[in-house]
Write a protein that binds this ligand. Structure first.
Ligand code: GTP
Ligand code: MG
Length: 198
């Protein structure tokens, strides 16, 4: 199958409070994960735009939920990261409410791409998020990020550890690098498959 191509992408709005609604009533796919795991970078790669979503070396870059309209068909959703220990407690709580409020109350959310840093593996924060997603029952794709930072044996280990920890099969985990572009086409295919299945 030829890899799907993104034809158009446009930033259409952000929300900072769990009481606000997404800017368009369209199907949504959200990218979740710890602060600094590489959500915004991978989103940029997925849509083939260098910096439509803002990225940063320091954690806590994305503070609102950002919505990108893709192909006039669906919204790709860039979430703030969780687990940013240095943020003040009130800020962390606010982000937590924002993320859970959105994920838990979005009838048009078709799926979630859950990112795990290949070098760090599943952290206690990730575990909490994964448990929450399981309770929600929203289809979830898992992707390891920043695989360019590991050598071959490190990657094999990271993937095996993730599968073991999640109790999922080989084909349910995609290895990605926003730097090299590895795995991006296959993640894009999985996202479009979710949309086509709906
Ligand atoms: N080597 C490498 N660095 C990456 C990769 N993806 C992201 N980074 C770097 O990791 C840092 C964080 O990336 P972001 O995309 O801003 O991470 P985020 O998950 O959106 O972070 P928050 O918005 O703070 O939650 C940046 O310095 C990126 O350049 C990757 O695949 N490989
Ligand atoms: Mg971000």
């Amino acid at each position: 199958m030829a890899s799907p191509q993104v034809r158009s992408v446009e930033f259409v709005g952000a929300i900072g409070l769990s009481t606000q609604a997404p800017p368009r009533d369209l199907p949504q796919v959200a990218i979740a994960g710890r602060s600094n795991v590489g959500k915004s970078s991978l989103l940029n790669r997925l849509v083939g735009r260098k910096s439509i979503a803002r990225t940063s070396k320091s954690p806590g870059r994305t503070r609102e939920i950002n919505f990108f309209l893709v192909d006039d068909r669906f919204l790709l959703v860039d979430l703030p990261g969780y687990g940013f220990a240095k943020a003040p407690k009130e800020v962390r709580e606010k982000w937590g409410r924002l993320i859970e409020g959105y994920l838990g109350d979005s009838p048009r959310l078709l799926g979630i791409v859950m990112l795990i840093d290949a070098r760090r593996g599943v952290t206690p924060d990730d575990r909490q998020m994964i448990d929450y997603l399981e309770r929600l029952g929203t289809p979830t794709l898992f992707a390891l990020t920043k695989t360019d930072k590991l050598n071959r044996s490190g990657r094999i280990k990271a993937k095996a550890a993730l599968q073991e920890s999640l109790g999922v099969d080989d084909e349910q985990v995609i290895e990605t690098s926003a730097q090299s572009g590895e795995g991006v086409a296959s993640l894009r295919e999985s996202v479009y498959a979710l949309l086509d299945a709906s």
